[in-house]
Write a protein that binds this ligand. Structure first.
Ligand code: SF4
Length: 346
């Protein structure tokens, strides 16, 4: 079994562990796992969406692609009966001509209907946008949490706790087997849960339970903090974030997670390189592996700038090429199929 050597492969093993073992409080609550998502200021390694089962099935009607913030504004407010769009939608806070563009995009995707009434555009919803998201859980993956990594992580976690955008925040770290996991001695916020994960055996122990964060309350965004050591008495700078903005941001993150899932790493890696392989630590997970370097590579390494990149030879593609493509294309298909299976009713 290949060892999860890099932070990237640890992250993929965390995603797989979550997919297998995560137990939301409501037992019939499906989950969606995604990675590397968040806001402009803060990106989480792993995200778990706990979803309402009926809502999630309804969400599938809107297609596998995400609805971005502009589309959500239209789709969530589109009326059941025909109405002039300016009467039906709340003012977006930017010029109406941009809303018209979004309405046409929504129409092209079949998620609202439009018609002309004189020179007015009227809209009507195709389906009601469902309330499908129950909770967001954010997980930071730090397989080897030394002192300096813990310090950097602590300020990121303080930001998460103050903002309260995710319902729970966790740190996943490599299990050491010690009686008390060393991570518990680090100065991390007490609201943050700690998961001690054995990425090879894919077993996890909760070393510390998280607290539920106040996602419905006003959040505090920390903009700047004193960094002159213990003697620095200067004040932190922060701003408040109202609950409505948090709702919009949570939904925008959830929509991106819905679209991407966590196996989307194949989109950014060079699966068309002759050295790219998938190796399976268990029957349901395929991790990227680089035959040139004889180890699992990170997503950053496996890019067009990799010195060892070699395109897969055309002869590999001869059976069925160009319809089927070569091994690279097959790798992509396998992962896309698995990714799709996780979203019911698509
Ligand atoms: S050689 Fe480079 S591009 Fe090819 S699989 Fe390895 S890391 Fe990726």
């Amino acid at each position: 079994m290949p060892r999860a050597e890099t932070e990237f492969s640890f992250e993929l093993r965390t995603c797989r562990w979550v997919e297998r073992e995560w137990r939301p409080a409501a037992s019939d609550c499906p989950i969606i796992v995604a990675r590397q998502l968040g806001t402009k200021r803060r990106r989480w390694d792993t995200i778990v969406l706990e979803c309402d089962p009926d809502g999630l099935r309804q969400r599938a009607k809107f297609g596998p692609e995400r609805l971005d913030g502009d589309l959500l504004h239209v789709v969530r407010n589109a009326p059941a009966e025909w109405a002039y769009y300016r009467d039906a939608l709340p003012h977006p806070g930017y010029p109406w001509r941009y809303v018209r563009e979004t309405i046409h995009r929504a129409d092209d995707r079949g998620v609202v209907e439009t018609r002309r009434n004189g020179n007015r555009i009227e809209i009507r919803r195709t389906w009601e946008y469902p309330d499908w998201l129950e909770r967001i859980v954010a997980i930071e993956n730090k397989p080897d949490l030394d002192k300096s990594a813990a310090r950097a992580l602590a300020s990121q976690l303080e930001y998460d706790v103050a903002m309260g955008l995710a319902d729970e925040v966790w740190v996943a770290t490599r299990a050491t087997g010690e009686r008390v996991e060393p991570v518990l001695f680090e100065d991390l916020p007490v609201e943050v849960g700690i998961l001690a994960l054995d990425p090879e055996a894919l077993t996890g122990e909760i070393a510390w339970h998280p607290r539920t964060l106040a996602v419905d309350d006003r959040g505090t965004r920390i903009l700047e903090r004193p960094d002159g050591g213990t003697r620095d008495g200067s004040a932190a700078r922060f701003e408040y974030v109202d609950p409505e903005t948090k709702v919009d941001k949570r939904l925008a993150i959830a929509e991106r997670a819905y679209e991407r899932g966590w196996r989307s790493f194949v989109d950014t890696m060079r699966h068309d390189c002759r050295h790219f392989q998938l190796r399976a630590p268990d029957s349901r997970q395929a991790l990227p592996y680089c035959a040139a370097n004889d180890r699992s590579q990170s997503a950053a390494e496996c890019s067009g700038s990799c010195a060892d990149f070699e395109p897969e030879p055309p002869v590999w593609r001869t059976s069925g090429w160009p319809i089927e493509g070569g091994p690279g294309k097959r790798v992509r298909k396998i992962l896309e199929k698995r990714r799709r299976r996780r979203r019911p009713d698509l």
